[in-house]
Design a protein around this ligand. Structure first.
Ligand code: NZQ
Ligand code: ZN
Length: 383
């Protein structure tokens, strides 16, 4: 196992009815900016619950943060934070609202071009305190310190992060997910699944605790995901288990001491930036191609994954690895995701553009086994 520092200060308020408690976790005299998305929270009662919990606090609102939040939109909220002397920002929504809020929090005190927080990974010296009420189990943003923001003008989707951007607390009430459309439930299952794969399906570093946590999250998603999709009415226990699985998939724990990759995400972000394809769908497209390309290098972990997650014990090494990748893709398809670029009208011209972008950038993920020159071939295998 490699050396690591583990730090995660996010207080988790988990369970039904927990939104009512959030007021206790914000200073009474704080002026709060409540941020949200396109309005789902006004239809499902979450907005009303949040406002009731914040009774007595000074509140300013900023709605309209779009999926894959735009820098341009978020800068309007940054102006509000600066002009209204906001002390605390409460994000209410999915990963886009929480990520957007992390950016607002970091940009408010930033001196210089705020896009440098993403483009140059400029260090963040000070940030506005933030909290979250998550309404979509997927990204883990509620318990990590990272975010992803898109500049619409240039079609760039980039990530950023700072220990100052951990939410002070996050409310995880599984009932908030009851109003999710099927497409977003599916997206959440697949996003969380691929988060685990980015941290688990790399190289053996003798980390049995992390490996079994990772496999436990994958198996939970494989069991609970299809139940959520088949259910005629939402089941509390099912939604609770999915929500906690998604949070645990990306709160840093399973990444400690192991080799993480993130190249599936990096390539996927380009598909969203250029084609607006949902984040999770991009991952379901890229991952099978990436694993096939790395069948030899990552063979040891692929065989472990095949046996422990898919119960594949027979056949040659190559047959078992191939079957595990095939079963992974079939799982994505079984929950309703179209896993080929052709299904989304993406062709060779776009692959060329994306490949060029990586070659100019000079890197893909965090491991040397995926080179910038590999991106074209991985995407071509997914046409
Ligand atoms: O905007 P509203 O009206 O709220 O509707 C949203 C949005 O249209 C809707 N929704 C959310 N909760 C709902 C609901 N509709 C009904 N009932 C509810 N309870 O769902 C739509 C999608 O929301 P969004 O927040 O975009 O989805 P998600 O949580 O999947 O977030 C995706 C974003 O997170 C980034 C992605 O790149 C993408 O930009 N990621 C962030 C990560 C992180 N911070 O660590 C890691 C991830 O890998 C990911 O990259
Ligand atoms: Zn993701």
């Amino acid at each position: 196992m490699e050396n690591f520092d583990f730090y995660n200060p996010v207080k988790i308020l988990f369970g039904k009815g927990k939104i009512a408690e959030l007021g206790k976790h914000i200073q009474k005299d704080a002026k709060i900016l409540v941020t949200y998305g396109g309005g789902s929270i006004k239809k499902n009662g979450v907005y009303d619950q949040v406002m009731a919990a914040l009774k007595g606090h000074k509140i300013v609102e900023f709605g309209g943060i779009e999926p894959n939040p735009h820098f341009e939109t978020l800068m309007k909220a940054v102006e509000i934070v600066r002009n209204e002397n906001i002390d605390f920002i409460l994000a209410v929504g999915g990963g886009s609202v929480i990520d957007g809020t992390k950016f607002i929090s970091a940009a408010a005190y930033f001196e210089g071009d705020e896009w440098d927080i993403l483009a140059k990974r400029a260090p963040i010296a000070k940030a506005v305190d933030l909290g979250a009420v998550i309404t979509l189990a997927a990204t883990g943003s509620e318990m990590n310190s990272a975010g992803v923001v898109t500049k619409a003008a240039t079609q760039e989707k980039l990530s950023f992060g700072s220990p100052l951007l951990f939410p002070k607390f996050s409310v995880l009430d599984p009932e908030t997910t009851y109003s999710l459309p099927m497409r977003q439930i599916t997206n959440g299952i697949v996003d969380a699944f691929v988060h685990v794969m980015e941290q688990y399906l790399t190289y053996n570093v003798n980390s049995p605790v992390q490996d079994r946590f990772a496999e436990g999250i994958l198996l939970t998603l494989l069991e609970e995901g299809p139940k959520a999709i088949a259910a005629e009415t939402p089941d509390y226990e099912n939604r609770a288990n999915l929500m906690w699985a998604a949070t645990m998939a990306l709160n840093g724990l399973i990444a400690m001491g192991v080799k993480s990759d993130w190249s599936t995400h990096m390539i996927g972000h380009e598909l969203t930036a250029f084609h607006g394809i949902d984040h999770a769908v991009t991952l379901a497209i890229v991952l099978p191609g990436l694993l096939t390309k790395l069948k030899e290098q990552r063979g040891e972990k692929l065989l472990q994954y095949a046996e422990r997650v898919w119960n594949i014990t027979e056949g040659t090494d190559d047959e078992r690895k191939t079957l595990a990748i095939q079963k992974t893709e079939e799982f994505f398809q079984s929950v309703g995701i179209k896993t080929r670029l052709g299904d989304h009208n993406v062709g060779q011209d776009s692959i060329d553009t994306i490949s060029k972008r990586f070659i100019e950038r000079g890197y893909v993920g965090m491991l040397p086994d995926v080179a910038t020159s590999d991106v074209a071939g991985i995407l071509e295998s997914r046409l």
